[in-house]
Ligand binder design. Sequence first.
Ligand code: HEM
Ligand code: HEM
Length: 217
Amino acid sequence: MATAPRDRLRYSNVAIVLHWAIAALILYNLASGLLRPLLPAGFFQFHVSAGITILLLSVVRVAWRLTHRPPPMLAMKGWERGLAHAVHFLLYAAMLIVPFSGWALVSAKPPAGSPGAAWSAAHPPASHDPAPSAKPPRPRGPTMIWAVVKLPLLAPVNTIGREAEGVPAQRALRARIETFHMLGGWAMLALVLLHVAGALKHQVLDRQRELARMGLG
Ligand code: HEM
Ligand code: HEM
C-alpha cells in the first residue's frame, strides 16, 4: 500500500521493457539505415531482422497500450500535454508504418524461380551497375530473420513481377517504396529527437521525475 502513489507515476514493467527494447532497436535501425554509406557494410547486416522485430514488438505494445491505462501525466501546460500526446501518437504510427514499408521494400522483387526472376537477372536495371559483366548476378536466397525464420514476402508487391512484363512496373514501385521508407526514417528521427527533448525538458528544466516514469531512476 505504501508504494501505491509512486507506482501510479510509473508505467507498468511490461510497457517499460517494451519501450526500451524497441527504442534500442530503432536507434540501431536509424543509424544503420541513415548512415549506411558511411559505416562498414556489416553494420547493416541486422537491419531487416531488427526491423521485423520492431514491427512485432510494436504490435504487442500498441495492444498493451490500448488495454492498459498509462499513469496520469505530470503537471504541465496545456500545449505541452497536447504536443506530448501528438508526438506519442505519431511515434506509434511510425513504429508500425516504417518497418512495414521496409517489409514491402524487400518483397518488391520477382518471386524466386518465376519467369520474371529469370528476366530480371538477364536485364539488370540500367543504373544499377555501370559494368554489369564485372559482377555476375548473385543468386539471392530467401530473406532470413535472425538467421532462423524465413521472412514471408508480401504477396501483392511480390507477385507483380512474376511475369517478365511486370518487372519494370515492380522496379518503379520498389523505387517509390524505397523513397517512402527513407523519408519515414527521417521523420522518425525527427520525432525521436522531439520526444527526447521533451523528456529532458521535464526532467531537467522543470525538475520533475519524468525519466522515472519510464523506469530510469
Ligand atoms: C528511440 C526511440 C523511442 C521511441 C520510439 C519512444 C516511444 C515512446 C512512446 C510511444 C511513448 C508513449 C507511451 C504512452 O503510450 O503513453 C514514450 C514514453 C516515454 N519515453 Fe520514449 N521513445 C523512444 C526513446 C526514448 C528515450 C531515448 C527516452 C529518454 C530520454 C525516452 C523517454 C520516455 C519517457 C520518460 C516516456 C514517458 C512519457 C510520459 O511521461 O508519459 N524515450 N516513448
Ligand atoms: C523502425 C524500423 C526501420 C527504420 C527506422 C528503417 C530505416 C531505414 C533507413 C533510414 C534506410 C535508408 C534509406 C535510404 O537511404 O535509401 C533504410 C534502408 C533499408 N531498409 Fe529499413 N528501416 C526500418 C525497418 C526495415 C525493415 C522491417 C526492413 C525489411 C523487412 C527494412 C529494409 C530496408 C532495406 C532493404 C533498406 C535498403 C534500401 C536500399 O535498397 O537501398 N527496413 N531503412
